[in-house]
Design a protein around this ligand. Structure first.
Ligand code: SF4
Length: 213
C-alpha cells in the first residue's frame, strides 16, 4: 500500500493552552481527529453509547482548519500555527485519535521534530514514538493501553473507579471531576478522594475557567 497517499480526517486544528492534566497551562496545537469508537457523536445515540459523558464535537471535518489531509499537509498546517522556532508541541485528541494516528504519521511528526502528546481512551494500541501518552479509561470498554506517562480518569464513573486502574504503569495519575450539572459535587468528591489517596492529583479543566477553546 502506498502510505504516502494516506489521508487523515481532522475535525479541527487550533493553537491554545492545554487545559488538563500534567501539561495544563502549556501552549499547544490541538489536532482533533474525527470519530470515536465509543460513541457516534450523535445526541440520539448518547444513551446507548459505551461513553455517555462526552463534551466534544468530533463529527466531520468542518471545524477550524478541519479537513482531509495527507501527513505532509497536516505538518504544514501545524507549522503555520506555531508562533516561533521553539519545538512544536501538539496534542492529538478526538474523538479517538488512535483510530487514525498510525506509525507513518507519528514518524512524519518526529522527522519534523514535533513533540507528540496523545489523549486516548486506551482501547486501541498506539504506534511507537509518541512522547506523551495520556490514557483516559472509560467504563465498559476494554483497556489495551496500560502503560504511559499519564492516566487521567474522569471521576466518578461508577464502573471505573480509581482502584481499578491505580496499579497500572503510568508516571502520573489524575482524577478529573466529571463535567455537567453536578460538577460542583463531583469536584468536591474528587478533592476528598485525592486527599485520602495521594497517588492521585486533581485535573481541573483550566480552559473552561479561562474561557478559551
Ligand atoms: S471516548 Fe473520549 S472522545 Fe470518545 S465519546 Fe468518550 S469522551 Fe468522547
Amino acid at each position: 500500500m502506498n502510505k504516502i497517499g494516506k489521508q487523515y480526517k481532522i475535525k479541527e486544528i487550533f493553537y491554545t493552552l492545554q487545559g488538563e492534566g500534567y501539561h495544563a497551562g502549556r501552549p499547544a496545537i490541538f489536532v482533533r481527529f474525527t470519530g470515536c469508537n465509543l460513541w457516534t457523536g450523535r445526541e440520539e445515540d448518547r444513551t446507548s453509547a459505551v461513553c455517555q459523558f462526552c463534551d466534544t464535537d468530533f463529527i466531520g471535518t468542518d471545524g477550524q482548519n478541519g479537513g482531509v489531509y495527507s501527513s505532509t499537509e497536516l505538518v504544514e498546517v501545524i507549522k503555520s500555527l506555531w508562533p516561533d522556532d521553539s519545538q512544536i508541541f501538539i496534542v492529538c485528541t478526538g474523538g479517538e485519535p488512535l483510530l487514525q494516528l498510525d506509525q507513518f504519521l507519528v514518524d512524519t511528526f518526529r522527522k519534523n521534530k514535533i513533540y507528540i502528546a496523545v489523549e486516548t481512551n486506551g482501547t486501541k494500541l498506539a504506534p511507537k514514538g509518541i512522547d506523551w501518552l495520556c490514557v483516559s479509561p472509560k467504563a465498559g470498554s476494554e483497556l489495551l493501553l496500560t502503560k504511559g506517562q499519564e492516566l487521567k480518569l474522569v471521576y466518578p464513573q461508577k464502573a471505573q473507579l480509581p482502584p481499578t486502574v491505580a496499579h497500572l504503569d503510568f508516571d502520573h495519575f489524575y482524577l478529573q471531576p466529571m463535567d455537567g450539572h453536578w460538577i460542583k459535587a463531583h469536584t468536591h468528591e474528587t478533592v476528598l478522594y485525592c486527599l485520602a489517596n495521594p497517588q492521585w492529583k486533581i485535573s481541573i479543566q483550566l480552559h473552561k475557567i479561562l474561557g478559551i477553546d
